[in-house]
Design a protein around this ligand. Structure first.
Ligand code: TYM
Length: 340
């Protein structure tokens, strides 16, 4: 099957279940903005509130985190005039298609999902059914737009493989060429930003240590302090990438630098090879503050006008439904549901 029958269309989303981290920004959000501005794609960006509630969320917090995430998208450069910006729950075709996909996805496929295993922890029997079915809803988020490309960090790779498996099985079972086989876009120096305290762990909003991550809302002093205190080793920076083998914390800081500066890792090492962390860390802190502070202040400004954010989301949902309603209708026809 060729994807050429499909409009080049990008979909991606983030959970409004905590503040955004530098990992979310460098691994995904920065790419959202680039793909929007390339002009090649229609772009749709989502706050996945229905995914967030697969683990308990305080309702008032969920509402404010959703608006905060919308503000972060816009502050980072997602332009509601160029991209469709939506809150997942407001476009009901996502969940309608997800039900169909619940009947396509196999138990065995879902049981292999490492994020379910990580999130459910030792007490999987007590996890919500929604947490288990999470990846089928994610496949529906993407395929209800016939999205062809999905920019994400490395940790979403398995979910995107499942999305492709669901599309393939649906097309095969119903003998159609209806859903595209979506391409993940996992690109750049920082597809997996690691914790500042432990180079073997992903930087995450759910880490109990705030020092392990840079939050998009951290002020300049906090960013500088966290970078100064980041775990490193006593060696100076190498001049070549292979010199970072077995030095996960050093590699992480170099990757972050490259991604923030929009230069290659080789370039960072050409410029800073031989430097001690005592010199490199302040340079990184300065760069991080330069890139992140304007986003944080723009977020604060946008959050002063909550009705405007809500208005943008309502408009986004209307625009989205122009795409999702015909695709869901056609899906129902393919499946044999009458009355549409
Ligand atoms: P979420 O909310 O965990 O993360 C949002 C995006 O940020 C990326 N990311 C990272 N990238 C690099 N380094 C890190 N340390 C790091 N931490 C997070 C994630 O890869 C992701 O791209 N299941 C998704 C949300 C989702 C979705 C979708 C994504 C729901 N439906 C459809 C794409 C398409 C999630 O939980 O992302």
């Amino acid at each position: 099957m060729s994807d050429s029958q499909f409009t080049p269309r990008v979909f991606s989303g983030m959970q409004p279940s905590g503040g955004l981290t530098l990992g979310n920004y460098l691994g995904a959000l920065k790419r959202y903005v680039e793909m929007q501005n390339e002009g090649t794609y229609e772009t749709i960006y989502c706050m996945v509130d229905l995914h967030a509630i697969t683990v308990w969320q305080d309702p008032a917090e969920l509402a404010s985190k959703t608006r905060e995430l919308a503000a972060a998208y816009i502050a980072a450069g997602v332009d509601p005039e160029k991209s469709i910006l939506i809150n997942q729950s407001q476009v009901p075709e996502h969940t309608q298609l997800a039900w169909i996909f619940n009947t396509v996805a196999r138990m065995g496929w879902m049981q292999r999902m490492t994020q379910f295993k990580d999130k459910a922890g030792k007490n999987a029997q007590n996890a919500s059914l929604g947490l288990f079915a999470y990846p089928a809803l994610m496949a529906a988020d993407i395929l209800v737009y016939h999205a062809t490309h999905v920019p994400v960090g490395d940790d979403q790779k398995q979910h995107l493989e499942l999305t492709r498996d669901i599309a393939t099985k649906f097309n095969h079972d119903y003998g159609v060429d209806f859903f595209p086989i979506t391409e993940p876009v996992i690109k750049g120096a920082a597809t997996r930003v690691m914790s500042l305290r432990d180079g073997s762990k992903k930087m995450s909003k759910s880490d109990t240590s705030d020092a392990s991550r840079i939050n998009m809302t951290d002020d300049a002093d906090t960013i500088a302090k966290k970078i100064r205190k980041a775990k490193t080793d006593p060696e100076p920076l190498p001049s070549e990438y292979k010199g970072l083998d077995d030095r996960p914390e050093a590699r992480n800081l170099v990757n972050i630098y490259a991604a923030l500066a929009d230069i290659s890792v080789d370039q960072v090492l050409a410029d800073h090879g031989g430097a001690q962390f005592g010199t490199f860390k302040p340079a990184l802190a300065e760069l991080a503050v330069e890139k992140l502070s304007p986003i944080a202040s723009e977020m604060t400004r946008l959050l002063n006008d909550v009705p405007e954010i809500d208005r943008l989301l309502a408009r986004g949902a209307e625009q989205a439904r122009e795409i999702t309603q015909p695709i869901l209708k056609k899906t129902y026809e393919i499946v044999g549901m009458v009355g549409a």
